[in-house]
Design a protein around this ligand. Structure first.
Ligand SMILES: [Zn+2]
Length: 362
């Protein structure tokens, strides 16, 4: 993709993002929303209609003169599969072009599953989901616990229960098995993409804290999701919150996820919530975001005390006269958060945005 294609892609993506909100839009409305000329919008619309991604959706009359033509996105024109891989199961979804979940499927992963069997299981889940809905299937996105090198699609993590997957080329193996484009990403980054599709325009400077088996974070700063020099950004679970505290799987003591897990095991929901609040406040102070989104199974199971503790920590910690307002939100996507986000990452490729999706060689 050259620089000019990239500019066209960004414009197409912006028009589709506006159309994705659901209401039919006019050429003038789009020009206004995106601050480009109606002539430029005409060219973009022609391109999107030609590809079947948008279509005319009737006309409206506002006074004398020619009625205004409206345009809508065509949700059924494309689909993507998203797979959320954890130590114990794969939670898969298939979505339409707007990221709406059409079908979901949860498949358990037997303990100690080796890489070839894991790939077969992921492929089988993807094939089953692909039987649902209409439209071209663009590919498969996998969101998994990190660290994950999204450029190479290799899982770099060494965590208890997934040792056998260390250094596995998940993307290339799955691509070879399915013959479809595949991308692999860190679960918290997939979640942040999915959430930003649900809350368009709100997560320009945001932290998404994901609490599943471990604790991870994804950061969007000035509209860009941070990956870091080694694709390892966001290991918030290993921020030390208690010097000399509980032993952690990483070999150190007092890491947030070790303290969080110990509190949950002891039935102390308040302490577990306070650990998350400490992490969130430190992240907010470090990178200055205006929104914090909480997601993941553990957050949904304990969201009452968690939300209260985090809001209190932020109110107390940022109470100075020049402290900005920070909103704390619960993820809108529930259990589908990561799977739907991984599907949205695949769809972003069709929207002309840069992604790490890699297809079969022609
Ligand atoms: Zn640790």
């Amino acid at each position: 993709m050259g620089p000019l294609d990239r500019v066209a892609g960004a414009h197409d993506a912006a028009v589709l993002a506006v159309a994705r909100r659901g209401e039919p839009v006019s050429r003038a409305g789009l020009a206004d929303a995106l601050q480009v000329t109606p002539q430029a919008i005409s060219k973009i619309l022609a391109r999107l209609i030609d590809r079947g991604l948008m279509a005319e959706a009737g006309t409206i009359s506002s006074g004398p003169g020619k009625p205004t033509t409206l345009y809508s996105i065509v949700p059924s024109s494309r689909r993507a599969v998203g797979l959320h891989l954890t130590r114990t199961r794969v939670h898969g979804v298939v979505t339409d072009l707007t990221g709406r979940v059409l079908e979901r499927l949860v498949t358990p992963i037997p303990s100690g599953t080796a890489v070839p069997e894991l790939i077969a299981l992921l492929a089988e889940t993807a094939r089953t989901l692909a039987a649902h809905g209409d439209g071209e299937l663009l590919g498969v996105g996998v969101g998994m616990p990190g660290p994950v090198d999204s450029e190479t699609g290799v899982h770099l993590g060494v965590s208890p229960g997934t040792e056998a997957w260390h250094d596995a080329a998940i993307r290339d193996l799955l691509l070879a098995e399915l013959g479809l484009p595949v991308l692999v990403d860190h679960d918290s980054r997939s979640a942040l993409v999915g959430e930003s599709w649900s809350q368009p325009g709100l997560l320009h400077n945001a932290v998404l804290l994901l609490v599943e088996d471990g604790i991870g974070a994804a950061l969007c700063l000035d509209g860009t999701i941070v990956r870091g020099a080694h694709s390892r950004a966001g290991k918030a679970g290993h921020m030390v919150v208690q010097m000399g505290g509980e032993p952690c799987t990483c070999g150190r003591r007092g890491c947030a996820q070790a303290e969080h897990l110990a509190a949950l095991r002891a039935g102390d929901e308040q302490r577990a919530a306070d650990v998350l609040a400490t992490v969130v406040l430190d992240l907010v102070r470090l990178v200055d975001v205006d929104r914090v989104v909480l997601g993941g199974r553990s957050v949904h199971a304990h969201h009452g005390p968690t939300m209260t503790a985090i809001r209190a920590a932020i109110d107390e910690g940022l109470s100075g006269p020049d402290s900005g307002h920070v909103e704390v939100l619960l993820s809108t996507r529930g259990v589908d958060l990561i799977a739907a986000g991984a599907a949205c990452e695949v769809l972003e490729h069709e929207y002309g945005l840069p992604t790490s999706l890699v297809g079969p060689e022609q």
